[in-house]
Design a protein around this ligand. Structure first.
Ligand SMILES: *Cc1c(COP(=O)(O)O)cnc(C)c1O
Length: 421
């Protein structure tokens, strides 16, 4: 089928949930995708933070091949060797005690929300006053199920599906006073992203996360850090909360966990896990042998290739280059992020849209989130040359779009743009 035929068929046959970019990808290698005409694209989005090891990574390809001859699925009614091994890796990296495996980020959040409610019930049965309310943050994104979407701030995602899960209240981002006002023994969990992803790469302040930790500790409510986008090395540490020196009771991971296969996990303390007993929660597919084997290969590769340090170094270089670009182009009003979770905020949503489209025309994939923010979530194996290529492309685009000042004639602006190419 040609791209045009696929577009026509999808328009007729699929639920219209996405406005796709008109490109048909057929393969990928390293940090590049290849379309049906053989054209290569530099991928700085990696499937929204999923393809941390890029495309066709031998560790992933070989593990899929070998494991699929042994076992793909057995259900959670029997043992296989993957879950305990993977849980050991994840609990060691996170400082938490136990894991529940599922198939996506939204399911990991759903598990965390159910754990918070069940744990509050257990505490009540032990004589502690703990309510059912969940505090989430403005500009948060936690997923699309009725529970996770209830904690997702954007009305467009939540309101058409009302009533979603009740008893959620939103706290203003990084507003410590608002958090203190809204927190009480009615609250069973505070749910945050240490660095908001879809909300525009917004890092929590040290003070806000510290106060959230103190408040939850004072009542026995759970502090849940959603690390689905920021976790597993994306920021240069296994978990972004580790930059804050703060340990949550629960964390959720998914996106890069199994190299592109669907796998999520909720990690929690032994204390919180007291609330869960056999039969209360579960999944048919979650934590299957294939996904677990690939996740072990992904984590093993991150360790073997020293990718946490590499992401830190590469991310610092990328961020410095973006900051230099911001000095040159007034349309860039902020540069944010850690490791390879980076963003530049522009002074206009239209411009942000155009830049994404023009980068695509130059065969570089990025995306726009939160209207005015260009987001970069490249594979961890990105090289300095790729960053230079992206920066040069952005420089060209911003130069083309620069408003012409009284001192520079249109000709000079054009020449400048060409030289930068
Ligand atoms: C992507 C994301 C989710 C949802 O994950 P899915 O796998 O799409 O269900 C939840 N929280 C954060 C922070 C995310 O980035």
């Amino acid at each position: 089928m040609t791209l045009e035929e696929i577009k026509a068929a999808e328009a007729k046959l699929l639920l219209p949930t996405y406005e796709r970019n008109p490109i048909l990808f057929v393969s990928g290698e390293d940090v590049h995708l290849v379309d049906e005409n053989g054209a290569r694209y530099l991928d700085l989005l990696s499937g929204i933070g999923v393809n941390a090891l890029g495309y066709a990574h031998p560790a992933i390809v070989n593990t899929i091949a070998e494991q699929s001859w042994k076992l793909i699925h057995i259900s959670n009614l029997y043992y296989h060797e993957g879950q305990a091994q993977l849980a050991l890796r994840l609990t060691t990296a996170s400082g938490l005690d136990r894991a529940f495996f599922c198939n996506s980020g939204t399911e990991a959040i759903e598990a965390a929300l159910k754990l918070a409610r069940a744990y509050a019930g257990l505490k009540r049965s032990e004589g502690k006053p703990l309510g059912t309310k969940i505090l989430a943050l403005e500009h948060s994104f936690h997923g699309r199920t009725m529970g996770s979407v209830a904690t997702t701030h954007k009305g467009k995602y939540r309101e058409p599906f009302a009533p979603v899960m009740p008893d959620v209240e939103f706290v203003r981002f990084n507003d410590v006073a608002d958090l203190k006002t809204k927190f009480s023994s009615e609250v069973c969990a505070v749910l945050v992203e240490a660095i908001q992803g879809e909300g525009g790469i917004n890092p929590l302040s040290q003070e806000f996360l510290a106060v959230a930790r103190e408040l939850t500790q004072s009542t026995g409510a759970l502090l849940i850090c959603d690390e689905i986008q920021s976790g597993l090395g994306r920021t240069g540490k296994w978990f972004a909360y580790q930059y804050y020196g703060i340990q949550p009771d629960v964390t959720t991971i998914a996106k890069p966990l199994a190299g592109g296969l669907p796998l999520g996990a909720m990690l929690c303390t032994d204390e919180a896990a007291r609330a869960i007993h056999p039969g209360m929660h579960g999944t048919t597919f979650g934590g299957g042998p294939l996904a677990c084997a690939v996740a072990l290969a992904v984590i093993g590769t991150i360790e073997k290739d020293n990718l946490l340090q590499y992401v830190t170094e590469t991310g610092t270089y990328f961020r410095n280059q973006l900051a230099a670009l911001a000095k040159k182009h007034p349309a860039i009003i902020d540069v944010r992020g850690l490791g390879l979770m980076l963003a530049v905020e522009l002074d206009s949503a239209d411009l942000a849209k155009q830049v994404v489209a023009e980068m695509l025309a130059k065969h570089i994939l990025i995306n726009r989130t939160s209207e005015t923010v260009l987001r970069f979530l490249p594979p961890y194996i990105l090289k300095k040359d790729h960053i230079d290529e992206a920066i040069a492309a952005l420089d060209d685009i911003f130069t083309e779009h620069a408003p012409q000042t009284a001192t520079s004639s249109p000709n000079q602006v054009k020449t400048g743009a060409k030289q930068n190419g």
